[in-house]
Ligand binder design. Structure first.
Ligand SMILES: Cc1ncc(C[n+]2csc(CCOP(=O)(O)OP(=O)(O)O)c2C)c(N)n1
Length: 561
């Protein structure tokens, strides 16, 4: 069959189940976009910033456990998009980014907007596939998806020179490669079952690879719950994966996020066995490499992650299972729980009691603005069982993790690497993917103006997320770090922000704009926000700067501005 390279590329994307592509148009690949818009099977979502397009593709990758796709222009376009590749790379999220390139005859001449992508992207992608030979265009797509979705998932770049799109070719379409998942080795399962049977205080961390499998098969959640209950185990969702286990479940052992509160981590450290089930393990989850200690864990450590290169890379596990975490669950359930699993009941109950205490909806009003806790707790009352919540990066997110009791039926999205600007585009992608369902984006005033402009994309495509903006008039996280490290220096200096009227800003895009100035306004304002249908809502919350996070309030000592 003869077709142009552009049509072969579009057919290849379609064959890989791609139905939505995020882009900012570029002259280097109009040959491709002009054929994509011809077909109904792929929706081209035109964004306002390449980082926005990239984050939407990252969100897609998480929502579907298939590589999300973004197309960006060469040079400046890709440079804008880099932050989303960085997020997907650290976050082990599958993503394919198609990137324009100068014509092949100009390679290496520093032609307009030319970049050497292999050099530039070597530390933020799993691979850079240059389509120097147009006949291999379809093969490049198939290889990119395979690489992005296998082992430790991540972003892959496919480089498309401007002059390849219109050439005719007979090259066949390269069909998707099978997705392979390794099963656990029986001998490893024997050892794992033995370690689990003997442990009196085991701790099970559950992370991204398990969640990805649950996205494809909800049975994974049911298996995890049975495992927790029958084997009497405390389950601890890891950083930015709070929905892996119902916060109200009596086997919830605590959220293993950024800086676990002392009373909780103190108890967790009494564990006699640590199992990372589908958790890659990072400095965040390990509390800066202290639990487990790197490289030699201070307690028996089992690492289960679907990539042998990752298991043992930083920590030396006592047992490593480079396989599908859900297959481990299934195999253990088939074996049955140890007869004396009840011996762990008090351990589980003790951890769960701490978790419940931390989740309690308690806070004190602040003198200089609304305590963001009041707003987050009110939002929690309105969240539907199938709601999506996204957070940008910043201290306002600590309130979300502390006060919202996530459930397995809900979706939570955020940049694991803590990139500001990710929260709003991820909310737009979720609203496009899950029409008619609630999507709430929590943002700080800093992050809101970094990438909040994607509200225009939401309006353009009929997506209707609710943006809750904590306006504390500063890059609060950094203000807090400065205060904690240098309490004697001027408070919040170098972090203050002068902000617009965010409600009016939202209205100018066509969104509903609501302002919260005091705690008394919180309940009616949030109720109003959730009653809006068919368009985005911006809730401008004038929040306290002294309430620095869900865990810390200004305690005096610094020079006030
Ligand atoms: C893209 C990016 N730039 C800078 C940072 C460093 N950083 C982390 S949190 C933060 C402040 C966030 O401010 P804001 O959105 O207002 O939320 P707040 O901390 O005040 O709650 C900054 C600058 C980052 N994580 N990502």
């Amino acid at each position: 069959m003869t077709r142009t390279i552009a049509r072969l590329l579009a057919d290849s994307l379609e064959a890989h189940d791609v139905d939505q592509i995020y882009c900012v148009p570029g002259e280097s690949y109009v040959g491709l976009t002009s054929v994509l818009v011809e077909r109904n099977s792929i929706r081209l979502v035109v964004c306002r910033h390449e980082a926005g397009a990239g984050y939407m593709a990252v969100a897609d990758g998480r929502l579907r456990d298939r590589a999300g796709v973004a197309v960006v222009s060469r040079g400046p376009g890709l440079s804008n998009a880099m932050v989303s590749l960085h997020s997907a790379y650290h976050d082990a999220t599958p993503m394919v980014m198609l990137i324009g390139q100068v014509e092949r005859r100009d390679f290496g001449r520093l032609a307009l907007q030319e970049q050497n992508y292999s050099r530039l992207l070597s530390d933020v992608t799993k691979g850079v596939i240059e389509v120097g030979e147009p006949e291999q265009a379809s093969e490049a797509i198939a290889r990119a998806f395979h690489l992005a979705e296998s082992g430790t998932p991540g972003p892959v770049a496919v480089i498309l020179p401007e002059d390849i799109f219109d050439a005719e070719t007979d090259a066949p379409l390269d069909r998707p490669r099978p997705r392979l998942a390794a099963a656990p080795a029986p001998a490893d399962l024997d050892r794992l079952a033995d370690l689990l049977a003997r442990a009196e205080r085991p701790l099970i961390l559950v992370g991204g690879a398990l969640l990805a499998e649950a996205v494809r098969d909800a049975q994974v959640f049911a298996d995890l719950n049975r495992f927790a209950e029958e084997w009497v185990l405390p389950i601890c969702p890891t950083h930015r994966r709070p929905q892996l286990f119902d916060a109200g479940h009596s086997n919830y052992g605590g959220y293993m996020g950024i800086r676990v509160p002392p009373m909780q981590i103190g108890e967790m450290k009494r564990a006699d066995l640590l199992i990372a089930l589908g958790e890659r393990m990072t400095d965040t989850v390990s509390q800066s490499y202290t639990f487990p200690t790197a490289p030699q864990p201070q307690l028996p450590f089992v690492h289960i992650w679907p990539d042998a290169g990752e298991v043992g890379r930083v920590w030396r596990p006592d047992l490593g299972l480079p396989c599908s975490p859900s297959e481990v669950l299934k195999a253990l359930l088939r074996r049955g729980a140890p007869a004396d699993a009840e011996k762990r009941r008090d351990w589980v109950a003790g951890l769960n009691a701490i978790h419940r205490k931390l989740l309690a909806k308690e806070w004190e009003p602040a003198a200089d603005g609304v305590n963001f806790a009041a707003i987050v707790c009110e939002v929690d009352k309105h969240l539907a069982p199938d709601a999506t919540v996204t957070t940008d990066a910043g201290n306002f997110a600590s309130f979300v993790h502390r006060y919202i009791g996530f459930r397995q039926s809900q979706v939570f999205l955020a940049s694991v690497v803590g990139a500001m600007g990710s929260g709003m585009p991820m909310a737009v992608a979720a609203a496009l993917r899950r029409p008619g369902k609630q999507v709430v984006a929590f943002l700080g005033d800093g992050g809101a103006l970094m990438m909040g402009n994607e509200i225009a994309t939401a309006c353009q495509y009929g997506a209707a997320p609710i943006m809750i903006i904590s306006d504390n008039g500063m890059y609060g996280t950094i203000g807090m770090h400065s205060y904690v490290r240098y309490p004697e220096r001027p408070f919040l200096a170098g972090t203050r922000l002068t902000n617009p009227d965010f409600a009016a800003w939202g209205r100018s895009f066509g969104a509903e704009g609501i302002t919260i100035n005091s705690e008394a306004e919180v309940a009616p304002a949030i109720a109003r926000a959730f009653a809006v249908t068919g368009r985005p809502v911006v809730v401008h919350c004038r929040t306290s700067a002294l309430q620095m996070s869900a865990w810390r309030r200004y305690a005096g000592g610094a020079r006030l501005p």
